[in-house]
Ligand binder design. Structure first.
Ligand code: AMP
Ligand code: MG
Length: 344
């Protein structure tokens, strides 16, 4: 397939909208990560997304809208959805609600619910307005690769597999949207942490439960609430090991473990000088924003250094956006966490 690599001018966005209306695939920037979009009302267009990514057919797509007021055309919103929409949309939040019949089963991986999101990125918004369609889009990476936070990541994974790639520069947040499932009048479950934090959700809703799969690996027979959670996402080919414990003890442990030439380190800027190459810095220990923005780029950089077999990573703070950083890092590690203690 011929892929058009484009910027994000008005003319290029109009061309992308034409491609979507004709049933094609367009990669576009959002404030979270790059998305791989198709017409969410067209079963065969949505099927092309799964083929292009090599994505399992039971892993549903998120439906992107220009405005939250359109949600009622595609699902059954509740007053809690309206409160969330008023506060957080447009923005990095996906809300799961029962779907209407116009959304094909292909889009929802056979589920009776649909994920609704209204992105805030100007290019995504312009594209949604221009095509006048809901756009079904997962992240624009090959299945099992980290989500793309730059157009060049999507080019590497999907060039020749999609019709057009719009480049809008690096994504602001760098991790996928927060996903919540509404479970009652004033209750919901946080299925995936992201740019809208647990504390922010608690300001709008009294009962916010964090799904177990955010912290722990699901057992063989456990069913994932968000089907994406059962797949080993974001995993570089090297084994990632997350190290948790008192700071000094973690530094000492990683220093000792990472001394051989096939080991890499993912750390914070402040600790970088303690280790020899290859070292990948996530930015300042105190900036979860920087860590979120850099994590996937780091994981891709690790994949490019084929000689690296193991990577030791510092456990990030889990407050605010840090919960999302921790979740993606721990998933990249296949939930392999080493706990170290202070030496007596
Ligand atoms: P991606 O944007 O690539 O991370 O993919 C979208 C993710 O949204 C999927 O992996 C699912 O985990 C989640 N998702 C989308 N729709 C639903 C739904 N109806 N129920 C639960 N999770 C969903
Ligand atoms: Mg994805």
């Amino acid at each position: 397939m011929k892929t058009i690599a484009a910027g994000n001018s008005e003319k290029e966005i109009l061309q992308a909208a034409d491609i979507l209306r004709a049933g094609g695939l367009v990669v576009f920037p959002t404030e979270t990560v790059y998305g791989l979009g198709a017409n969410a009302l067209d079963d065969s267009a949505a099927a092309k997304i799964y083929a292009a990514k090599g994505r399992p057919s039971d892993n549903p797509l998120i439906v992107h809208l220009a405005d939250p007021s359109q949600a009622a055309d595609y699902c059954y919103p509740t007053p809690l959805f309206d409160r969330l929409a008023e506060r957080f949309m447009p923005g990095p939040l996906t809300v799961i609600l029962p779907k209407k019949a116009c959304i094909p089963d292909t889009v929802t991986g056979g589920l009776a619910t649909v994920g609704i999101r209204v992105p805030s990125h100007p290019t995504a918004r312009a594209l949604l307005r221009a095509c006048q369609l809901p756009i079904a889009a997962p992240s624009a990476n090959l299945s099992t690769k980290p989500s793309p936070t730059k157009a060049e990541h999507a080019v590497r994974d999907l060039f020749g597999r999609v019709d057009m790639i719009l480049d809008g520069g690096p994504c602001g947040i760098g991790l996928e949207s927060t996903i919540v499932k509404i479970t009652g009048e004033d209750s919901m479950t946080l299925l995936r942490p992201g740019g809208i934090t647990y504390d922010q959700l608690c300001e709008i809703c009294r009962n916010v439960t964090v799904d177990k799969a955010v912290y722990t690996k699901l057992g063989e027979n456990e069913k994932a609430e968000a089907p994406g959670m059962k797949y080993r996402h974001y995993a570089p080919s090297a084994q990632v090991i997350v190290v948790d414990g008192p700071h000094e003890a973690v530094v000492r442990y990683i220093k000792q473990k990472s001394s051989d030439q096939f080991c890499g380190v993912i750390c914070f800027e402040e600790d970088k000088a303690c280790f020899s190459e290859p070292v990948f810095s996530l930015g300042s220990r105190s900036s979860t924003e920087q860590q979120a923005q850099r994590l996937f780029d780091c994981l891709r950089a690790i994949d490019e250094q084929k000689e690296i077999e193991r990577v030791y990573a510092f456990m990030p703070e889990t407050t605010g956006l840090g919960l999302a950083v921790m979740n993606r890092l721990v998933k990249a590690a296949g939930f392999l966490i080493e706990h170290v203690k202070e030496e007596m």
